[in-house]
Design a protein around this ligand. Structure first.
Ligand SMILES: *[C@@H]1O[C@H](CO)[C@@H](O)[C@H](O)[C@H]1NC(C)=O
Ligand SMILES: *[C@@H]1O[C@H](CO)[C@@H](O)[C@H](O)[C@H]1NC(C)=O
Ligand SMILES: *[C@@H]1O[C@H](CO)[C@@H](O)[C@H](O)[C@H]1NC(C)=O
Ligand SMILES: *[C@@H]1O[C@H](CO)[C@@H](O)[C@H](O)[C@H]1NC(C)=O
Ligand SMILES: *[C@@H]1O[C@H](CO)[C@@H](O)[C@H](O)[C@H]1NC(C)=O
Ligand SMILES: *[C@@H]1O[C@H](CO)[C@@H](O)[C@H](O)[C@H]1NC(C)=O
Ligand SMILES: *[C@@H]1O[C@H](CO)[C@@H](O)[C@H](O)[C@H]1NC(C)=O
Ligand SMILES: *[C@@H]1O[C@H](CO)[C@@H](O)[C@H](O)[C@H]1NC(C)=O
Ligand SMILES: *[C@@H]1O[C@H](CO)[C@@H](O)[C@H](O)[C@H]1NC(C)=O
Ligand SMILES: *[C@@H]1O[C@H](CO)[C@@H](O)[C@H](O)[C@H]1NC(C)=O
Ligand SMILES: *[C@@H]1O[C@H](CO)[C@@H](O)[C@H](O)[C@H]1NC(C)=O
Length: 801
């Protein structure tokens, strides 16, 4: 831990869920990393000794492992160090082990049955070791287990059915082991399980029907096993008819599945990827697959699929890869494939297609690979294919094609792309085509220079391409290095200065997770502090560094990233910035990023759901956490994919320097969310939060941004003036007026309530509890809103179900 300041990792309970709802992915909870922030509970937990049961279990755990590299050397004292950071790979909360994380440590041996004693264990990550033996069924006795990463080991035996009794299990990754037996039916009992990777084992038997109706699975990877029988045709069968199952990735490739492709796959509307390659599937491709409007990858290669390629597949405009290689598809390639305008790879090799290559393929400008070799295609290669500028791989060999190869193609690709077509001419290595003139008796003297010229041209081009490629690679590497240096430098300089710095992270949370409070220490390179608020996921800065991230939004305090961790869990990470400056433009772009795209029409039930969700969040902050938000703006209300509203950026004002806080208040005023009294008061309170809440509700009602200038008055004043003149209907968003006859009263009552919230006099404003109550009276059951997310139950009180 060198001379670097020791980092303290804090896990703090947070929004236990009034507004963070259901879906494990993408639950948005914040974490902050700030060195100026005094960890509240570090003294409390630092000295906590591991409990007796956990200590014994840890000893047994070590005893059963083989540790040739001496990784577990630090597990040497009588338990004092176990929970205060002294024992490598162990993290605790209140003296109980919550994480065992020892990947890539060269560990052998086996996993002890005593693992069942870690009653608080949430994450067991031992992947990429050489651990053998079987998976202890005692793992199934752990009520808090959420993540199991045992992939890339030598585990044998079967998967214990008891794992299905872990109520909170989210990720089970047992890929690349030596597991045998069948997939336990009971795994579907874990109703939070969203990632199941059992690939690269020797599992046999059928796919359990129970998995086909799981309402939590998003990733199902069963490729490279000995699974057999028909793929069940019960996908998407749920109790609730309105429910769309969330499955997105389904890989069943390299097994021994037979029968046909189940029609019911068409019900899995969220599917992004289907891979069933290398099985013994026969029959036709069901037209229902054409309805999967999110599908990006469809790989059915190396099966015995027959019938023709129906037009319906051409309706999947999201398709990026279509691989039907080595099947028995016949008839013509439909002209409609040209509609697949996002397609990058089209592989129809090794089928029995007849007729022409459709000219419309030339419309797919995104195409990089086209292989129609080994079919029975005839006619000429359409000139339109020469328009495919992104094509890097092309193969029409072994068909019955005739006529000249379009010149750009013959220049770009060598003979191996064209051979096996007796009547095809004009590609490299063959004589040029006879002239179009119908006088075959007069042989056209071949221009002697031409082939050589082609060669020279080709090689020059090649050299340029190679040089450009090399240059690009070098540039990329330099960029990476610079970026790394920059990050390190910044981190280092920040920890040196010891000032408010700029990291923050969020852990995923989920409905019903009991509040977890604990503190784990760790040494690390990066400066500053990582503060977890809530969430079952415990992760380190290293995990974050390994994560892929995309920017979700920027706000006054910093940038929110959506990071995908090694185990596939997604978290929201907020990186706080040092200097806080902000402009209108940034705000606007932020609003756009956060799920309010210009084209999105948001209906009233959804807007009401957002209003209620955020009110519930604020109520929670005020009443349960005693936190004043102080900077509530629409940009701090984040929406997940199911439009569940989550409040971000709360409580950050405490962490800011006085100057920064003033800046925030000033910004809020520019944006029109600031209560008028704040100009004198300088300090936010519950009533100023309610004012901001009222402004956001007005925003939802009017569709107008408070930042917009409306003849010099702010949004509340503008609305109030119109209402006063009894033009009330004029204030509402036109989009909402479409249904005004049905929801008119709701709109009016919500408007009244919002105006109440933005009353210039603080004492006249209601407390947030009352706002919530009244909103719920206006529209009692948000779950009744149309759409698949109906049962998410916005704001269902959190219990562990
Ligand atoms: C236990 O291990 C730690 C870390 O390897 C080491 O610093 C300490 O001296 C060891 N204690 C004993 C009693 O061996
Ligand atoms: C899974 O649930 C079924 C009923 O839904 C029950 O019969 C079975 O015992 C459960 N299995 C486990 C391992 O919990
Ligand atoms: C599933 O596990 C296998 C074997 O460990 C691995 O190669 C593969 O990348 C995993 N798949 C996903 C998508 O995580
Ligand atoms: C799985 O299938 C492979 C290939 O057919 C075979 O070699 C292997 O013995 C099978 N394993 C089991 C456990 O059935
Ligand atoms: C496709 O194959 C199945 C089973 O192999 C067969 O019953 C069916 O007649 C075939 N269909 C066509 C159109 O060839
Ligand atoms: C393709 O989609 C259009 C509407 O987008 C629909 O009318 C048509 O029936 C679909 N075609 C097939 C073959 O499914
Ligand atoms: C096509 O790809 C672009 C960029 O990847 C994406 O934005 C767009 O949504 C895709 N279109 C469809 C229909 O999926
Ligand atoms: C697609 O390609 C065909 C033939 O190449 C052409 O006639 C048609 O206009 C194209 N359609 C679009 C939408 O580009
Ligand atoms: C190949 O195509 C030609 C027409 O271009 C046709 O006359 C011939 O019958 C075809 N041969 C086979 C084997 O399909
Ligand atoms: C043709 O190009 C491919 C790569 O596109 C290469 O692998 C192959 O060796 C080349 N063949 C000949 C005969 O030049
Ligand atoms: C084209 O396909 C044929 C037959 O499938 C194969 O032998 C050849 O190597 C392929 N050529 C290229 C460039 O992919």
């Amino acid at each position: 831990m060198s001379n670097k300041k020791k980092e303290k990792w804090k896990i703090q309970s947070q929004l236990q869920n009034p507004f963070s709802l259901y879906t494990h992915i993408f639950l948005l909870i914040q974490l902050l990393l700030i060195s100026a922030f005094q960890p509240v509970s570090s003294q409390v937990w630092d000295g906590v000794i591991v409990t007796q049961a956990d200590f014994q279990a840890l000893q047994a755990f070590k005893h059963e492992l083989v540790d040739p590299k001496g990784i577990l050397r630090s597990w040497n004292d009588s338990g004092y160090g176990a929970c205060s950071g002294g024992w490598i790979g162990i993290k605790c909360a209140q003296g109980q082990v919550i994480v065992i994380q020892l990947p890539w440590k060269g560990l052998g041996g086996r996993i002890t049955e005593k693992i069942g004693q870690f009653q608080e264990l949430r994450k067991l990550s031992l992947h990429d070791n050489v651990i053998g033996g079987s998976i202890p069924q005692e793992l199934g006795f752990l009520p808090n287990l959420r993540g199991v990463q045992l992939f890339n080991n030598r585990l044998s035996g079967s998967i214990p059915p008891s794992l299905g009794s872990c109520p909170l299990l989210q990720t089970l990754d047992l890929g690349n082991n030596l597991l045998t037996g069948s997939i336990p039916f009971s795994l579907a009992n874990s109703t939070k399980l969203f990632r199941l990777n059992l690939s690269h084992n020797s599992l046999s038997g059928l796919i359990p029907v129970s998995l086909t109706s799981s309402s939590s699975l998003i990733f199902l990877y069963l490729q490279y096993n000995n699974l057999s029988g028909a793929i069940p045709n019960s996908w998407g069968a749920t109790q609730k008819k309105s429910n769309i199952l969330p499955l997105q990735y389904l890989s069943l490739s390299h097994n021994f599945f037979s029968g046909s492709i189940p029609v019911s796959l068409g019900k899995l509307r969220e599917l992004r990827e289907i891979s069933v390659s290398h099985n013994q599937i026969n029959g036709a491709i069901p037209v229902e697959i054409g309805g999967l409007s999110m599908l990006r990858t469809l790989d059915l290669s190396n099966n015995a699929i027959n019938g023709s390629l129906s037009d319906s597949l051409s309706n999947i405009s999201s398709l990026v890869l279509l691989n039907l290689e080595n099947n028995y598809l016949d008839n013509q390639i439909p002209e409609a494939v040209g509609r697949l305008h996002n397609l990058s790879v089209l592989n129809l090799k090794g089928n029995q297609f007849i007729g022409h290559i459709p000219a419309t393929i030339g419309n797919i400008s995104t195409l990089t690979q086209l292989d129609v070799s080994e079919n029975k295609l005839s006619g000429e290669i359409p000139d339109s294919l020469a328009d495919l500028n992104n094509l890097i791989s092309f193969n029409v060999s072994y068909n019955n094609l005739s006529g000249p190869v379009p010149i750009p193609l013959s220049q770009k690709f060598n003979s191996s792309s064209f051979v096996g077509n007796i009547q095809l001419c004009g590609y490299s290595g063959t004589a040029p085509c006879p002239s179009q003139a119908p006088s075959p008796s007069v042989p056209v003297p071949p221009p002697p220079e031409k082939p050589k010229k082609h060669h020279r041209k080709l090689s020059t081009k090649d050299i340029i391409l190679i040089a450009a490629g090399a240059l690009l690679v070098v540039l990329l590497i330099i960029c990476c290095i610079l970026l790394c240096c920059l990050i390190r430098k910044r981190a280092a300089s920040k920890s040196n200065k010891g000032q408010a710095t700029t990291r923050a992270a969020a852990a995923t949370g989920e409905k019903g997770v009991p509040p977890a409070a604990g503190e784990v220490e760790s040494g690390g390179e990066a400066g500053g502090k990582l503060v977890h608020f809530d969430g079952p996921m415990v992760f380190t800065a290293d995990d974050l560094l390994c994560a892929t991230a995309e920017i979700m939004g920027k706000s006054t305090y910093g940038t929110v990233y959506k990071a995908t961790l090694e185990d596939g869990n997604q978290v929201a990470v907020k990186r706080l910035r040092e200097k806080i400056t902000k402009g209108q433009r940034e705000f606007e772009s932020e609003v756009n990023v956060l799920a309010r795209g210009p084209d999105t029409q948001i209906d009233w039930p959804t807007r009401m759901k957002i209003a209620q969700g955020m009110t519930r969040g604020l109520f929670y902050l005020h009443n349960n956490e005693n936190i004043i938000h102080g900077n509530l703006t629409s940009s701090n209300v984040l929406l997940d994919e199911r439009t569940n509203a989550k409040i971000a950026d709360y409580g950050l004002s405490r962490l800011m320097t006085a100057a920064a806080s003033t800046n925030v208040i000033a910004t809020a005023s520019v944006l029109g969310y600031r209560a008028p009294e704040l100009s004198k008061l300088k300090k936010a309170n519950t009533k100023t939060d309610v004012y901001s809440l009222g402004v956001i509700i007005l925003e939802l009602l009017t569709g107008k941004s408070p930042g917009e200038a409306m003849n010099g008055v702010d949004l509340p004043q503008w609305v109030a003036s119109i209402v006063k003149e009894e033009w009330t209907n004029e204030v509402f968003d036109l989009e909402l007026m479409k249904d005004a006859s049905v929801i008119g009263d709701e709109l009016l009552n919500t408007l009244k309530l919002a105006l109440h919230c933005v009353d210039p006099s603080p004492s006249a404003r209601p407390e947030v509890q009352l706002v919530l109550q009244q909103l719920e009276e206006i529209r009692p059951e948000t779950a009744a809103s149309p759409g698949p997310s109906g049962d998410d139950g916005a704001g269902v009180p959190s219990t562990s179900d």
